[in-house]
Design a protein around this ligand. Structure first.
Ligand code: F6P
Length: 359
């Protein structure tokens, strides 16, 4: 094998450059040339997109800094539809013309889907990444059933799932997850001191889509309550717990996963929609919706009687940790782990493997 390509697809994580770095380092050792495809699958689809030679002289390029967040190559959420055979043919001949003998796709669930039609044309391997740590979870039958009203449409077929042994690998952490946990844990700790000073209830929304891994990881920042999408919200229990905690410590910190569902299985974040000036739908978000529900439940009396001289702010406030969970430098664990997995993808291609995940 003389030349391979690498692309980063889906939402970014802080550890993508580390994965690319690991792949290039290993490829250098094996004297394999690595081309970087710009903007994920979008770069494959659009023939005008240039590619980058990542190790033209078999040395690491200076811009490739494994400690830097984001991705040197850019990313997109474009996926190749297996039904578009003409487009696939064009991609295949372009890769062939470039002399690409194998492709490394750095990504999560969507990226594995996008990799399927390509893996019929050339050997492809996945370097896993997602801050949500939900790789493969969306393919478990029970989660799929639970998700049916949601947006998971691009499920793998059973043979595909078995071929890449997804069911066996769902329990390992994906690069990017540890950094996201580090960021949310810090957020929880910081929110606590201000909630404490002002005797308030803080509802902090964290990412993760339908998976509770990030909210669970926020436990390192010691929130008082963690609400995860896998467990439907029990408002009676939550109300009791908040009242107990408030009377005990005069403030409460709640960590809530953005995909949280109510007792009927509906996502809280999607409950109230409005429109922005451009006409796009804007959802209020899980934290905002929970605040609305709690204000209704507690009424004025509960907090008024306990926060007598504090009329300048509302007792309950919300914040989203937001994209800081995906941005910035990776923590050391992610950096080393992602680098190793990047190296493994090259080994897998070198060993002649196709449609597998580096673990
Ligand atoms: O999948 C990663 C993720 O950060 C989710 O946790 C989050 O719901 C989503 O991407 C946000 O996507 P976007 O950047 O398109 O808003």
């Amino acid at each position: 094998m003389k030349r391979i390509a690498i692309l980063t697809a889906g939402g970014d994580t802080p550890a993508l450059n580390a994965t690319i770095y690991g792949a290039v380092e290993r490829a250098n050792a094996l004297k394999i040339e690595v081309y970087g495809i710009i903007r994920g699958y979008a770069g494959l689809v659009d023939p005008r997109t240039p590619h980058v030679r990542l190790n033209p002289l078999f040395t690491t390029i200076p811009e490739l800094d494994p400690c830097k967040g984001g991705t040197l190559l850019g990313a997109s959420r474009t996926y190749v539809d297996p039904a578009e055979s003409e487009l696939l043919g064009q991609i295949g001949s372009r890769l062939k013309k470039l002399g690409i003998e194998g492709l490394i796709c750095v990504g999560g669930d969507g990226t594995i889907n996008g990799m399927q039609p390509l893996s019929e044309m050339l050997p492809c391997v996945l370097a896993p990444k997602t801050i949500d740590n939900d790789l493969g979870l969306n393919y478990l039958d029970e989660v799929h059933e639970w998700n049916e009203a949601g947006d998971r449409k691009e499920l793998l077929t059973k043979p595909q799932r078995e071929a890449i042994q997804l069911d066996e690998i769902i329990n390992f952490a994906t690069p990017g997850y540890a950094t996201a946990c580090f960021v949310v844990a810090q957020g929880m700790e910081r929110i606590r001191t201000t909630a404490e000073s002002h005797r308030r209830i803080a509802i902090v929304e964290v990412m993760g889509r339908d998976s509770g891994y990030i909210p669970l990881g926020s436990a390192y920042g010691q929130p008082d309550v963690i609400l995860i999408p896998e467990v439907p919200l029990d408002m009676d229990r939550l109300e009791r717990r908040i009242a107990e905690l408030y009377d005990l410590q005069k403030h409460v910190v709640i960590s809530i996963g953005e995909g949280i569902v109510d007792s009927t299985g509906h996502q809280l974040g999607a409950a109230h929609k409005s429109f922005d000036p451009a006409g796009n739908v804007v959802f209020s978000g899980a934290a905002e919706e929970l605040k609305r529900m709690l204000v209704k439940r507690f009424g004025d009396e509960f907090f008024d009687s306990r926060r007598k001289h504090e009329s300048g702010d509302s007792a309950i406030f919300t914040r989203k940790v937001g994209h800081t969970q995906r941005g910035g430098r990776p923590i050391l664990f992610d950096r080393f782990y992602a680098t190793q997995l990047g190296g493994k993808t090259v080994d897998l291609l070198h060993q002649g493997k196709n449609n597998v995940i580096a673990t």
